[in-house]
Design a protein around this ligand. Structure first.
Ligand code: UD2
Length: 330
């Protein structure tokens, strides 16, 4: 009897095929489960309020038209989010510039950051200043560090503000790669008043400016001269974002800083400075490259403004300052 007649060969081939499919299926299932556990699973013993997709804040918009979340108090669970990011052992860098008399703001900025900014996570704050001796000693919790980097003084506040993009770009290239996961770039003349934590993490993160969020975009102070590389035409633009707070993953912020810096410098060569320096360039950039997460004005309020009803908490706010007294030029 011929053992290898046509029928037997077909049965063997079909069995091998079936076994192959079964193997692939089992391999995929095996691969997916541990990855999911590692990346998104909160502590399995964590108990928290049941989430809902039919109840929540109705007084504000919580998602942009390009489906980026807009973060407001009441839209996230801080305990759940912290538990997710804890397992990833993330590290966050923050930059703050204090050039000339702006060193006077450092103490409050640093002390309040200890109380509210990514508490319980690895945080490394980089202070850029021309007066390193004036950087106050602030007691830092375990896992938190501060590094002072010297920068030249300047006779023009516009230059100090705008040069931040260049220094952020260089910091990421020289120091941060492989040492931090996320970075936030913040104005020094501000204080933290409430939690600023893992809910703010994202690929590219922008903060909606507290001064314009209820206005029509025709009133936004975008750069309106077409010859500037920060130009945004009338009828364009999403929100007006702050220059005083932005962030995201390193490579995204690196690209943002590099682009804004080179556009600012190219404009300068042609004798043009955008209306709000790097803030104008940042707004142009965010219009073209939409942020993946938008933080509500809770994340950068202004002390001189009274709180609007939709602002349930002020997390970070600019202090009232006398520009004539502290800036090197008018
Ligand atoms: C707005 C923005 C700011 C920047 C600026 C336009 C907010 C809340 N603020 O703030 O980020 O986009 O418009 O250029 O969105 N600095 C010094 N020494 C100086 C001057 C400035 O260190 O002499 C640094 C410091 O970190 C300060 C930042 O530059 O926080 C911005 O300068 P500002 O606060 O004087 O600018 P302002 O209030 O117009």
């Amino acid at each position: 009897m011929n053992l290898f007649n046509g029928k037997t060969v077909t049965v063997i081939l079909l069995s091998v095929l079936l076994l192959g499919v079964l193997y692939c299926y089992m391999y995929q299932s095996y691969r997916v489960v541990p990855l999911e556990q590692e990346v998104v699973r909160p502590d399995s013993s964590l108990k928290y309020t049941q989430p809902s997709i039919v109840q929540g804040r109705t007084d504000v918009v919580t998602v942009t038209p390009w489906l980026a979340p807009v973060v407001w108090e009441g839209t996230f669970n801080p305990v759940l989010l912290d538990s997710i990011y804890k397992s990833k052992n993330i590290s966050i860098a923050a930059t703050v510039f204090a050039v000339g008399k702006y060193t006077m703001f450092l103490k409050d900025f640093l002390e309040t950051a200890e109380q509210h900014f990514f508490v319980g996570f690895r945080v490394h704050i980089y202070v850029f200043t021309d007066r390193p001796n004036e950087v106050p000693q602030v007691k830092l919790a375990a896992g938190r560090q501060l590094t002072v980097r010297s920068v030249p003084s300047s006779k023009r506040w516009q230059e100090i503000s705008a040069r931040r993009m260049e220094l952020i770009q260089t910091l990421i290239e020289e120091k941060l790669r492989n040492h931090a996961d996320y970075i936030f770039c913040l104005d020094v003349d501000s204080k933290f008043h409430g939690r600023w934590g893992t809910e703010s993490l994202g690929g590219m993160v922008a903060v909606v400016h507290p001064g314009y969020y209820r206005d029509s975009r025709s009133r936004f102070p975008y750069e309106r001269r077409p010859k500037s590389r920060a130009y945004v035409a009338h009828g364009e633009g999403d929100f007006y974002y702050c220059g005083g707070a932005f962030g995201g993953v390193l490579h995204e912020v690196h690209l943002l800083a590099k682009t804004c810096r080179s556009n600012f410098e190219a404009d300068a060569k042609e004798g043009i400075e955008a209306a709000w320096q790097e803030e104008s360039h940042l707004n142009r950039y965010m219009w073209i490259n939409k942020p993946s997460k938008v933080l509500s004005p809770e994340y950068l309020w202004q002390d001189f403004k009274s709180r609007n009803p939709e602002i349930h908490i002020i997390r970070f706010s600019g202090v009232v300052k006398n520009y004539a007294e502290i800036r090197p030029n008018a």
